[in-house]
Design a protein around this ligand. Structure first.
Ligand SMILES: CC(C)(COP(=O)(O)OP(=O)(O)OC[C@H]1O[C@@H](n2cnc3c(N)ncnc32)[C@H](O)[C@@H]1OP(=O)(O)O)[C@@H](O)C(=O)NCCC(=O)NCCS
Length: 362
């Protein structure tokens, strides 16, 4: 008996998060995500995932300081990025830069939180550095008086962002820090299980995140909504796509068989922050139509919006370019990856499933 895609197979025990796919709930270390996103900053939630408790004021201050100190890009990484063709997609640039970072410190087994903090601090700077080059803009250095998410937007745009934009992006990033044994986290844990280093594990994860079925969906959502806006008829476009066997980007989930709680929280935050908006209205009406058409054409599959659907709306609301969507997801998910790699290292068994040979014997 084979289980394609390891669907439903439990391959590890974890204290980091829990997903209840039937009830549509996600917990970080026992706390429901909607409460965390409402009450805690990116830094506090990351600290909680890495250390297992929320930080007091001193601990939070120390984490912010460590993140700040690790933001500037090392010269050798700049040189490597400079040599990559401008057409190379940003996820491949991040993967290459992270891999190069392996030469800059002691990343040998066993992984530590200080290494996780350094990689988490570097990713937004890598993204902003290359994005400035691609757009022909001046590279903006990180600013020490800004927190993690605010500084990311500052480096991308060259000015201090609106508080509402920081709040929207921070909600998104806090909601997407961690999500159990998804494909990229699994690949990070598989790499770590060979007692390879944290940089190698995160390089594997970034490569996995790049694929459209995992991290690449928000830009597909924008394409879907743009197509519907041009045609002016949601039902026809959706029906034809599903009948052709296409997947609607931003719908369906391997684990959630009801609403994705991150999608619900993002939608609520968007309504709170931007209220009346033509594009948001379009997104909400496409959601209603698609859920109805999918229930009719794919009965019993329980297909609803996933996090990517309203992530696309958040990105659009804060004027983030489409090529930054998956990299931004990466900038948050690196927290979950690193927490998992550390957990894997603390009670390690190498991953080694089997395959069933279906060829002939000669
Ligand atoms: C996320 C995803 C990969 C989960 O896949 P999965 O749990 O393995 O589900 P499957 O691909 O086996 O799909 C089960 C059925 O639902 C259908 N389905 C799943 N997602 C669908 C979608 N977005 N649009 C249309 N049909 C979909 C499949 O065609 C399949 O139908 P079938 O039984 O007639 O063959 C899948 O829903 C998907 O590709 N969604 C679009 C991409 C996306 O939004 N990714 C971001 C995830 S956070």
């Amino acid at each position: 008996m084979i289980q394609k895609g390891l669907k439903g197979i439990v391959a590890a025990e974890t204290l980091i998060s829990h997903i209840d796919g039937e009830k549509g709930q996600l917990f970080y270390r026992g706390y429901e995500i909607k409460e965390i996103a409402k009450s805690y900053s990116f830094e506090e939630a990351a600290y909680f995932l890495w250390f297992g408790h929320f930080p007091n004021a001193d601990q939070l201050g120390a984490l912010k300081e460590e993140l700040r100190c690790n933001r500037p890009l090392p010269e050798n990484i700049k040189v490597i990025i400079d040599q990559l063709p401008l057409e190379m997609d940003l996820m491949s640039v991040i993967r290459t830069a992270i891999s190069a970072e392996g030469g800059n410190g002691d990343y040998d087994w066993q992984p530590e939180v200080s290494q996780a903090i350094r990689l988490t601090a570097l990713v937004p700077t890598i993204i902003a550095y290359r994005k400035s080059q691609v757009d022909g803009n001046v590279v903006v250095a990180p600013r020490n008086d800004l927190d993690h998410v605010e500084n990311y937007l500052y480096m991308l745009n060259g000015n201090v962002p609106l508080a509402a934009h920081v709040e929207a992006l921070e909600t998104y990033m806090t909601l997407t820090l961690e999500h159990g044994m998804n494909a990229s986290t699994f690949s990070a844990r598989v790499t770590a299980s060979t007692e390879s280093d944290l940089v190698s594990a995160i390089t594997s994860a970034v490569g996995t995140m790049k694929g459209p079925l995992h991290g690449g969906a928000p830009s597909g959502v924008i394409e879907l909504l743009d197509e519907i806006a041009i045609v002016g008829e949601a039902e026809m476009v959706i029906r034809e796509k599903v009948l052709r066997g296409e997947k609607l980007m931003g719908f369906g989930h391997r684990v959630y068989k009801t609403h994705d709680p991150r999608s619900v929280a993002l939608k609520a935050k968007l309504i709170e922050l931007i209220g009346e908006d033509e594009w948001l209205d379009l997104a909400m009406s496409v959601e209603d139509t698609a859920v109805r058409v999918l229930a009719e054409l794919k009965p019993g599959r329980s297909l609803y919006t996933n996090v990517e659907f309203y992530a696309a709306a958040i990105m659009k609301a804060i004027n983030m370019d489409v090529d930054l969507f998956t990299p931004t997801f990466t900038a948050s998910r690196i927290v979950g990856w690193t927490a998992h790699v550390i957990e894997q290292s603390e009670n390690n068994t190498i991953y080694r499933p089997q395959s069933k040979y279906i060829g002939t014997f000669n």
